[in-house]
Design a protein around this ligand. Structure first.
Ligand code: NAP
Length: 350
């Protein structure tokens, strides 16, 4: 076994602390990556607090991982020692179902294996531990090639915030002529803005934080609307083809659905604690032929496509690089919507 170290919560609600643990040895189809940077996703906070379901503890969060390959198995073809590599939200899937065959591993019919807070039933039956750690071992097909020209730390968030926003924009063919609103300007939100602008849409940021207006232009957005300002809101009612909803807290879906025009699509990416709360669902949807849809990260081929798209368009995340000892201060600030726009841990500080 490989001796590893990471920041783990030993139990729900407990602080993350240094913890020594073991990773499996590299087998013929594996790559071992020395983790250099790991992004901090709101999902990490949700999972260490059991917000969605009872977690598996000790838990090492982190699924926005970039680093350098330090060892490869005999059958590995895509990577050699010294290459940059990334790992996103999952590290295995059944590999035999229809979805896995179509490169949609994240929707694996037999259950995708999350990068942390899961058990790798297809490999060794051991718990999975995430990227707030010094090293990770994964099967070659689940590792991503990282374009060398991008800033490495700012590339880490692409492995979750990036693909989670890129994938639905591509699926629903967002582009020129579309009016799109990004609801919530955080880690996912700011990536959604960058991608939607790059794809040619007219982009409005719908935010609860007036002070973020100053960044709207810098991020490429065309408009900024404060969701609590009735005058501003009135102007954008019935106007959007799409809302990309990245809000992590409970919010009023009826209110935001009224911003969609006929045939508009509300794309739910955020996971608020109480889920989808709609008072007049059917009428709201029927009287505008509207849809509410969801989307989860993306498959491996599309994640690679997204990374290559980012290289071609010089897109990375806007980040605040932190020392791992400051992780709880980062969680607190994230809870207050006070991040510009993704914390990334410098793993050299572990
Ligand atoms: P984040 O950086 O904390 O951003 C969330 C944003 O939501 C905040 O910046 C804030 O933006 C807005 N917000 C917060 N409280 C709000 C409220 N009460 N009303 C309205 N807006 C509020 O979080 P993130 O990492 O981007 O993640 C966002 C959500 O996506 C989380 O629930 C996360 O678990 C989920 N997620 C889903 C997937 C998936 O596969 N679907 C993948 C990754 C993450 P403003 O200040 O601009 O209002």
């Amino acid at each position: 076994m490989i001796q590893a170290k990471g920041y783990a919560a030993q139990n729900v609600h407990e602080e993350l602390k240094l913890w020594k643990f073991e990773r499996r040895d590299v087998d013929a189809h594996d790559v071992q990556i020395e983790i250099l940077y790991c992004g901090v996703c709101h999902t990490d906070v949700a999972q260490i607090n059991n917000e969605w379901f009872p977690g598996l503890f000790p838990m090492i969060p982190g699924h926005e991982i970039v680093g350098r390959v330090v060892k490869v198995g005999d059958h590995v073809q895509k990577f050699k020692v010294g290459d940059l590599a990334g790992v996103g939200t999952f590290i295995n899937s059944c590999g035999i179902c229809e979805h896995c065959h179509s490169g949609l591993e994240v929707y694996c019919e037999n259950g995708v294996i999350p990068t942390y807070n899961g058990v790798d039933k297809y490999q060794d039956g051991l718990p999975t531990y995430g990227g707030y750690s010094n090293t990770i071992v994964t099967k070659e097909p689940y590792a991503l090639k990282i374009p060398a020209q991008l800033n490495l730390a700012a590339t880490a968030p692409l492995l979750c915030a990036g693909i989670t926003t890129y994938s639905p924009l591509k699926h629903w063919k967002v582009g020129k002529g579309h009016k799109l609103a990004v609801l919530g300007l955080g880690g996912l939100g700011h990536m959604a803005v960058k991608f939607a602008v790059a794809l040619g849409a007219e982009v409005t940021i719908l935010s609860t934080s007036p002070h973020k207006a100053a960044d709207a232009k810098k991020l490429g957005a065309h408009h900024f609307v404060v969701a609590s300002n009735p005058e501003e809101v009135e102007k954008v009612k019935n106007s959007f083809d799409f809302i990309v909803d990245t809000v992590s807290a409970d919010h009023d879906f009826d209110f935001y659905l009224s911003f969609l025009k006929l045939d508009g699509i509300h794309i739910c990416l955020g996971v608020p604690p109480k889920g989808l709360q709609i008072k007049n669902t059917l009428l709201t949807l029927q009287l505008g032929r509207k849809s509410i849809v969801g989307s989860a990260a993306g498959g491996i081929p599309e994640t690679q496509e997204m990374l290559d798209f980012c290289a071609a368009h010089n897109i990375t995340a806007d980040i605040e690089l932190i020392d791992i000892k400051d992780i709880h201060a980062a969680f607190d600030r994230m809870g207050k919507g006070d991040v510009k726009y993704r914390f990334v841990i410098d793993m050299a500080t572990l």
